[in-house]
Design a protein around this ligand. Structure first.
Ligand code: GAP
Length: 625
């Protein structure tokens, strides 16, 4: 059947999420609160499964990653050291008329979604610059007044249209772009103000962009004073950096090793949008993986290996940051595929040098092709960020060392021994490279009272540390958003197909094709009839056998076909039905004549098979792992 259009698809997904209890608007009975979402019974199970699988993959199935669970509110100095107080900001514009705030880089994306723009499109073709002035005047006086009261075209149509007509008649200038066209409609006094960018919501004038810090502030203690000001963490990562030494000393780990954390993060997003994709409260799953600097690897292993195009395989002692970075990119893609996001829905986007954070050596964003993603010229979905995997150098630990005054470096006996065996030329070369990297970092982050001599001395001391086996670890950071992943899994799972109803007539069914590993409910357990005590007894026995091992749903209400449909919409991969053949013996097939068998129905194709009750647990466990 034809694929639904993207907006239509998003509407269906949002409606299913509410109808089936995946996601609700927070505080809905009070009109909701923008940018906050609650997970219902099915959403909660889905989320728990995703976090559990991430935790298993990232920590328990590995020897080199341990966990951390830190507080949401931490010492505010942490956010000064990390740069969040000074630079964690989005550029924002305010409407001078309706006072709404809009993220500067989203003005046009939001504008094209507005009903006034869509209504204008029917009387003015922006692409060909053809419009009927009289029709625009009538629109301004009618629909325009209602939909976009502060647009210059609505407030003063004659003057505004005169600028637009003059400009579009000019043969000397290039044709107007779509943006310019709307700017003309928003500009009443061209000579005095220049072109104005309209507020997407009311058409009023937007202020020039200015930075808006995204951190939520509150106070720790009874006094709402500057000293008591604290922040809700905007990422979970910083707690990992500040507890690095504690974890190192108490976990028997040695670099390379990682610390993983799952937890809430808060960002006061200016324009939360696209359902849960950009929320103000969300969860992150972050790993900070600490590695030796390349100079240290070279001293110990003789050389640093360059990664190829594919997965570099099992970690090796001669891996520098590039091999580790490539490894984590590949591991993360493997994870997503393993929970049911096909490779074709993912995009590996390598940030360009001018997009990189100043401390990052490389960052790969893993994008998922959401239904609301923009399309390229070929009409293909381009994808939105699910996760970023950044090679963050030694920036974070160095910052916390400088701001806290506590050493963040490690001692490495292997390095000290290896250094002693290097020839003088190699020592000099590695010393120089390490010194230059430290000098660059220290110069960039120098405080106003630090002199070049002091900075140079500090960089030399750091490089001298190599001979003593000391260095500050570098970091590779795979950082994923739980809520975005849930939305990706829901978008990917949503399908509509045709299935026969009880009378054999084809009907449209909505089916959530979750991978069994993430599916909120693994199996629906159903007695064919609820008024037959023998059937109910067996079904309850099966429920009690399976329940300790997986989330099941016991359903005895209504016709069996309707019960299957309910489970299809919930994304339950298997249904187990206890019927008369269970009691009397299977009528046909390999188990013909045998009692204590059940029907196992598969969600995706509706196929059914008979299996022995005693085999059910192992059979299902093999499928949901
Ligand atoms: N420690 C690095 C860091 O926080 P980020 O790219 O800002 O990097 C990491 O965030 C991930 O967190 C993103 O890839 C995304 O999945 C998720 N995320 C960030 N902001 C979000 C928001 N407002 N709503 C939902 N998820 C968000």
């Amino acid at each position: 059947m034809a694929e639904p259009k993207t907006n239509e698809l998003m509407e269906k997904i949002v409606s299913l999420c509410k109808r089936r209890g995946f996601i609700y608007q927070s505080s809905e009975i009070y009109g909701g609160i923008n940018g906050f979402w609650d997970y219902g019974p099915l959403g909660t199970e889905l989320k728990r499964n995703v976090k559990y699988l991430w935790w298993m993959d990232m920590t328990r199935m590995r020897d080199d990653v341990v966990g951390l669970e830190a507080t949401i509110i931490m010492a505010p100095e942490i956010w000064r050291a990390s740069g969040h107080v000074d630079t964690f900001a989005d550029m924002m514009q305010t409407c001078k008329s309706c006072k709404k705030l809009v993220r500067a880089d989203q003005v046009w994306d939001i504008l094209v979604e507005q009903s006034w723009v869509q209504s204008l499109a029917s009387i003015a073709d922006v692409a060909t610059q053809s419009f009927d002035g009289e029709a625009l005047m009538r629109w301004a006086d009618g629909k325009g007044k209602r939909l976009v009261p502060n647009l210059a075209l609505v407030r003063n149509p004659r003057v505004t249209l005169s600028w637009l007509s003059e400009r579009s008649k000019s043969s000397k200038q290039a044709p107007l772009s779509a943006k310019e066209f709307y700017q003309y409609l928003a500009t009443e006094q061209l000579a005095a103000t220049g072109l104005i960018t309209p507020c997407p919501y009311c058409g009023g004038e937007l202020t020039a962009p200015r930075p808006f810090n995204l951190m939520f502030e509150t106070w720790a203690g009874p006094l709402q004073s500057e000293e008591n000001k604290v922040y809700l963490r905007p990422e979970t990562a910083q707690a990992i950096f500040v507890q690095f030494k504690n974890v190192l000393e108490t976990s028997y780990q040695k670099v390379p090793f990682g610390i993983a954390q799952i937890g809430k993060a808060f960002r006061n997003e200016i324009t939360p949008r696209n359902f849960t994709f950009r929320s103000r409260e969300f969860e992150q799953m972050e790993l900070e993986f600490f590695i030796k600097p390349d100079e240290v690897i070279e001293a110990i292993a003789g050389s640093v290996v360059k990664p190829g195009e594919s997965h570099p395989g099992e970690p090796q002692p001669n891996w520098g940051w590039e091999a580790w970075h490539k490894y984590w990119v590949e591991e993360r893609i493997r994870f997503y595929e393993g929970i049911g996001l096909p490779r074709t829905t993912l995009v590996e986007y390598w940030q360009k040098p001018d997009e990189l954070a100043h401390y990052a050596r490389a960052t790969v964003d893993i994008l998922f092709k959401f239904p609301f993603s923009k399309r390229n010229e070929k009409g293909e979905l381009m994808g939105e960020e699910l996760e970023g995997i950044a090679a963050r150098s030694d920036f974070d630990l160095s910052q916390h060392e400088r701001f806290s005054g506590k050493p963040m470096g490690v001692f490495d006996e292997e390095l000290r021994t290896a250094w002693g065996k290097l020839d003088e030329a190699k020592k000099k070369e590695l010393w120089q490279r390490y010194y230059e990297a430290r000098l660059k970092y220290l110069t960039k982050t120098a405080k106003s009272d630090e002199t070049p001599d002091q900075i140079d001395k500090a960089a030399r001391e750091d490089a001298d540390g190599l001979a003593k086996g000391q260095y500050i670890p570098h970091v590779i950071e795979p950082s994923a958003g739980v809520d975005r992943l849930i939305l990706a899994l829901i978008s990917n799972a949503y399908h509509e197909d045709q299935m026969p109803d009880a009378k054999g007539n084809m009907e449209t069914r909505v089916v959530m094709k979750f991978h069994p590993r993430v599916a909120p409910v693994k199996a629906g357990i159903m007695p064919l009839l609820k008024n037959k005590p023998e059937l109910v007894k067996k079904a309850l026995e099966i429920r009690d056998t399976l329940r300790p091992h997986m989330n099941i749903f016991y359903d005895d209400a209504g016709a069996i076909g309707r019960r299957y449909r309910r489970q299809d919409e919930a994304g339950t991969p298997f249904c187990v039905t206890v019927d008369f053949e269970t009691l009397e013996g299977a009528k046909e097939g390999p188990l013909a004549g045998q009692k204590d068998t059940v029907t196992l129905r598969y969600r995706d194709d509706g196929k059914q098979e008979r299996v022995k009750i005693e085999d059910l647990l192992s059979l299902l466990m093999a499928k949901i792992r």
